[in-house]
Every structure is written in C-alpha cells, then in structure tokens.
Design a binder for this molecule. Structure first.
Ligand code: 5AD
Length: 350
C-alpha cells in the first residue's frame, strides 16, 4: 500500500494531476512518512517557481456591511451584534497612500456584499487608486455580481478578483448559504475569468460533515478551474453565528490541502491565510513550508480592524506602520523566506 501512495505522490509531483478516486485514496491512506514526503515535494515545487520570495499584499477591509446569509461568517446580515463600518473613498485612498509609502504594490480591497458600493462607486475608487498609484495591482474581493459589473470593474482598472467557492459540495453549499447556490457562485467565477481578471477561488477546511471525497472534489474543481490564486483556510467558528458550536478546521488538514494544491497547480499564488495563522502560532510557517507563497498583511485602519470579524480570535498581522511591517518581514526571514513587495503577478500569466 505504501508503494502505491508514493506512486500517487510522485504522479502529483511530476504530472501535476491526479484523478478524484486517486485523491480520495491518497487522503484516506496518508501516514506520517508519506505525508512528510508530500509536503517536501510541495516545498520544492514552490522553490522551483518562486524561490523563497513571499509576495506581500496590503489588505484593506473597507466595509463590513453585508447583505448575505453565510452561516459561518461573523459579518453576515443577520448578526445584529456586528458593529458596522464603511470606509469613505477618502479613507480608502489615504490607507492606500500609507501602504504605498510602506512599499506595497498590491492592494486587496475586501468587503462584505454592501449595496452602498455600487459598480459606479467601486469603479470610481479603483480608477482613482490606479491613477494615483500607477504601478500597483488592485485586487477586489466583494462577492457575487453580474458579469456586466465585473466587466466594468475590469475596465476601470482592477486587475484581480478573489471569490472563494467555499465548498464544491452543492448540498453543503446550500446549507451554508440558504438563499444561494453553488451554481451561481461558479458562474461568477467563470464570468471573472472570462472578463480577464486574475481570479482567485478557494474553500474552507474542516466544514461540518466534510469527507475526503469532498476534499478530493474541491481539489479537482480547482485543478479544472485553473485560477491564478487560491485562498484556503480552516473554518473557525464565530460566537455570534449559528455555527458557533461547530469544531474548527485543523492546521494539519489545511497544510495538507495547501501542499496538494501546490503540486496540482505549481505556479498558483497561494496565501498562507490569516485564518491559518489564527488557528495556530506556527500556522503561517507551516503554510509557507507546504508551498504557500503569499501573505496579506492588514492595512485596515486600526479603528475599524476589530469590527471586521469573520471568525473569533482572528490574528491581526498589522502593517499599518513601518514598525509593524518590519516585524512581519523579520518573521518571514526567521523562517528562511524573503518578503517581496512587488506587484507579484501570477506566473501563470507569463
Ligand atoms: N472561518 C473561516 N473562514 C471564514 N470566512 C468567512 N467566515 C469564516 C469563518 N468563520 C472566509 C470565507 C470568505 C473569506 C473572505 O473568509 O471563505 O470567502
């Protein structure tokens, strides 16, 4: 049996592919030794394509208003305890300015699905950011919109868009989001790709009732979608949601998923996410060692930061000041990596 596992891992490494049945078999039968082998190959693969560089993205959480019903998320529309905020255009621009001076060349504008931010307002913000800071990439992460909306945002100058698929299991998707469907989510992802965005998808690890079959399907889904970026992190319960008593996803399972994704899509941009850093103090290092190559330090002004609470005990890797950024850089160096402040486009675009 061990021989078969090694064979499957080698196939992942050399061919960057594995069919669903084989992925299930692999996940069902990994042991310490074979797992270590797989993680090592993921580490090598990241090094071959990206070396020890870790791309830095300045995250700006610009609104926590949200009309959506996502059961797991602390800023869902039903959470009356959430203290809501919305940054003004001026606020967003001055945050970008701070980030730019610190050296960031990618800004990720992330928010809930906030109807205040119409296409027109978003486009205006994107256009102004791109005018003022001509050499930055703008990434948007603001949920589901029409193909037409994505198109005008792209035309306004946005470069990338993050929209996790959350889970590829349609029944669980419906349970987590009672008023929407996996199909419409996937349609959005196709629209984003079609529109020419560098697109990010991804899922949460450790959702209730998840099986290895589900993970294998998420992995296959991503392999076939071929996004430029993949965000995955453990599910972490939020005390003001109906999922407060569900168990969180584990560090090890998340790290394993990162490693397999690195092997399936060798050039993908793969963040060691905040959620991963939040479940365990070694989370970020373990993620990087398993093939991740991006981190997203938080630029959100401190007065808002606590209110962008998607899950409890969210780690705040702030970079609001040169001092805070220096600490992150030092942390990376202590693990043997180097912060890379450039735009950091996906090598899939080369
Ligand atoms: N635990 C982990 N991740 C979460 N997200 C939202 N709520 C949670 C939670 N409770 C993730 C979703 C979303 C991204 C912005 O944050 O995957 O797409």
């Amino acid at each position: 049996m061990k021989e078969k596992i090694y064979k499957l891992i080698n196939q992942l490494y050399f061919e960057h592919d594995l069919m669903e049945e084989d992925l299930v078999y692999l996940l069902d039968n990994l042991e310490d030794e074979t797992r270590t082998y797989l993680l090592g190959l993921a580490y090598d693969t990241r090094n071959n394509h990206y070396g020890k560089a870790v791309y830095m993205r300045g995250l700006i959480e610009f609104t926590n208003y949200c009309k959506r019903e996502c059961k797991y998320c602390g800023i869902n529309a039903y959470n009356k305890d959430a203290k809501r905020y919305r940054m003004s255009k001026k606020d967003i621009l001055s945050t970008c300015s701070i980030g730019y001076k610190l050296g960031f060349r990618t800004f990720v504008l992330q928010g809930g699905e906030d109807p205040y931010f119409t296409d027109k307002r978003i486009c205006d913000i994107v256009r102004t950011v791109k005018e003022r800071f001509s050499d930055v990439a703008v990434t948007l992460s603001l949920g589901e919109r029409s193909r037409e909306s994505y198109k005008v945002m792209k035309m306004a100058g946005a470069d990338r868009f993050l929209l996790r698929h959350e889970t590829s299991n349609p029944d669980l998707y419906r349970w987590l989001h009672p008023f929407s469907s996996l199909d419409s989510r996937i349609e959005c992802l196709h629209s984003l790709k079609y529109t020419g965005f560098q697109t990010g998808a991804g899922f949460m690890v450790g959702l209730p009732w998840y099986t290895n079959r589900d993970y294998a399907r998420d992995l296959r889904f991503l392999k076939e979608l071929e996004p430029e970026m993949i965000g995955i992190g453990p599910f972490i319960p939020h005390s003001s949601t109906s999922m407060k008593d569900y168990r969180p996803g584990s560090l090890d399972q998340t790290v394993l998923m990162l490693a397999i994704l690195r092997l399936l899509l060798p050039k993908v941009l793969l963040p060691a996410t905040t959620a991963l850093a939040s479940v365990d103090t070694r989370g970020r290092k373990k993620g990087l060692d398993a093939g991740a190559n991006v981190i997203m330090p938080n630029l959100t002004p401190l007065r808002y930061r606590g209110d962008y609470s998607l899950y409890n005990n969210k780690k705040s890797t702030g970079s609001e000041s040169a001092e805070a950024l220096k600490m992150i850089k030092q942390e990376l160096e202590s693990y043997g990596y180097m912060a890379d402040m450039s735009r950091g486009d996906s090598k899939m675009c080369d």
